[in-house]
Design a protein around this ligand. Structure first.
Ligand code: SF4
Length: 210
């Protein structure tokens, strides 16, 4: 099977397995996803979802967070780890949104990349989830699973995985496909235990490069 055909088959099977897969970070306004994505580095989404409640209670808008003392942001987000750098980036992001983008998240990949602490993974997530644009989010689950399944061959560097996937994943499928890989990576094709191939919906087509 070609990689393109394998990709289409994997997409269809994961759709059936996880029909409602979406982003596991909670947000009701686009700028909040930007904050949560930064906090999610080396932290669970569940913990981020709790910590941001306290942050937004005190600073409920882009402007309020842009004005906030960085040390105070750090104190609130510390449970997510890397508090100092995350607080600095969140503060810088909010100031940039306020000063250069009218308080809104820019609908432009390159502009997103200029925001403090925003790399390709986060920019793709925002393009996909906030704007419904084509997106490939190469997080740890995505990289592990696409290698195991055989959609890419031994590529671990996120940007290279992203570029390889752009060639075989239909653009409109990318964002949801990556969300579903997260679900599958947590439940079945796990990192810390042996993957549960015997109960995997991909087991007859997966290369099982484990
Ligand atoms: S068959 Fe095994 S290695 Fe392949 S995706 Fe499923 S759990 Fe992962």
């Amino acid at each position: 099977m070609t990689k393109e055909k394998l990709a289409l088959e994997v997409i269809e099977r994961l759709k059936k397995e996880y029909p409602d897969a979406g982003c596991t970070l909670d947000y009701d306004e686009a700028w909040k996803l930007l904050v949560s994505v930064r906090l999610a580095a080396q932290c669970t989404d569940a913990r981020v979802n709790v910590v941001v409640e306290g942050l937004y209670e005190k600073y409920p808008s882009v402007e309020a967070l842009a004005e906030a003392d960085v040390g105070d942001i750090e104190a609130i987000v510390r449970p997510c780890g890397l508090g100092r750098s995350k607080a600095r980036d969140i503060s810088g992001c909010m100031k940039q949104l306020r000063d250069e983008h009218g308080g809104k998240i820019p609908r432009d990949f390159d502009a997103l990349l200029k925001l403090p602490g925003v790399g390709r993974k986060s920019a793709n997530l925002i393009m996909g989830d906030v704007f419904g644009e084509p997106a490939i989010v190469t997080d740890t689950h995505c990289i592990r699973l696409v290698n195991r399944i055989g959609l890419v061959d031994g590529i671990k560097e996120p940007k290279k995985v992203e570029m390889a996937l752009w060639k075989i994943i239909p653009p409109e499928e990318g964002s949801d496909f990556c969300h579903r890989l997260v679900y599958h990576g947590r439940d079945v094709c796990t990192a810390r235990t042996k993957p549960y191939c015997e109960k995997c919906c991909l087991q007859d087509i997966c290369a099982k490069n484990i």
